[in-house]
Design a protein around this ligand. Structure first.
Ligand SMILES: CC(C)(COP(=O)(O)OP(=O)(O)OC[C@H]1O[C@@H](n2cnc3c(N)ncnc32)[C@H](O)[C@@H]1OP(=O)(O)O)[C@@H](O)C(=O)NCCC(=O)NCCS
Length: 207
């Protein structure tokens, strides 16, 4: 007869065999019209709607990423690249989406001016940075896909020029904060910023 310990070992082996490997670059594909309907369905979920947006979000994102935002100004920085990636599971089914937008420098909010918020360069040499947002198929949560998708994107050659990765997360989104901590990010400031967001940061290790 099978003992409880055998059963839990069998479960761990099963979970490992179905889980993606951290940094599995080959499991990433560009977000494209072929997977739009699958990703759109994730946005019927109440948590996804609360923290990211409604079902039109993936359509808007796809058209933004197809038209390209490179060269646009954003909060005192210039966009140097933007790409959304989809993580596939072992059966080639989309399980996570990670959007990235890369900037030539890090800036900080210094106050409100007549034309709106004002930003200054963070002191020191300009370091390219990428802002990340992630969503996992609601039926596949807590299986390691969110962490694997972030690890794979951080290691992706298209983002090789980036020194710092950031994620702006609402204070109430405990799951997302826990995910980014689990993916090696740290909280830049325990106080929410001028928009009420918490920023999680991960620096690329020096070569
Ligand atoms: C947040 C989200 C992306 C997490 O994806 P996921 O695939 O479930 O995360 P993972 O399975 O890779 O989790 C890795 C670790 O993160 C932490 N974590 C993830 N979700 C968590 C949650 N809801 N509560 C507590 N910890 C959580 C855990 O430490 C977890 O490891 P464990 O399962 O071994 O305990 C997913 O819940 C989601 O899509 N939420 C809605 C959209 C959203 O909030 N996006 C973020 C916007 S910035």
């Amino acid at each position: 007869m099978m003992k409880a310990s055998d059963l839990s070992l069998a479960f761990i082996a099963f979970r490992r065999s179905t889980m993606p490997h951290a940094g599995s670059l080959d499991r990433l594909m560009p977000f494209s019209p072929e997977v739009l309907a699958v990703v759109r369905a994730w946005f019927s979920d109440p948590d996804v709607q609360q923290w990211l947006g409604g079902p039109s979000w993936p359509d808007v994102l796809l058209s933004l990423r197809q038209s390209g935002t490179a060269g646009h100004g954003y909060r005192g920085a210039t966009v140097i690249g933007a790409k959304a990636f989809v993580l596939l599971d072992a059966r080639d089914t989309p399980v996570a989406l990670v959007d990235t937008e890369c900037y030539d420098r890090e800036t900080r909010f210094v106050g409100h001016g007549e034309d709106g918020p004002v930003f200054d360069d963070v002191p020191g040499p300009h370091r390219p940075l990428a802002a990340l947002s992630v969503v996992v198929d609601p039926d596949r949560r807590r299986q390691g896909f969110g962490r694997a998708a972030i690890q794979a994107v951080v290691a992706h050659p298209d983002l090789a020029m980036v020194d710092r990765f950031v994620a702006a997360i609402e204070p109430g989104n405990a799951g997302s904060q826990a995910l980014f901590r689990a993916a090696g990010f740290w909280l830049l400031d325990p106080e929410p910023d001028w928009e009420g967001m918490l920023t999680y940061v991960r620096d690329r290790p020096s070569p």
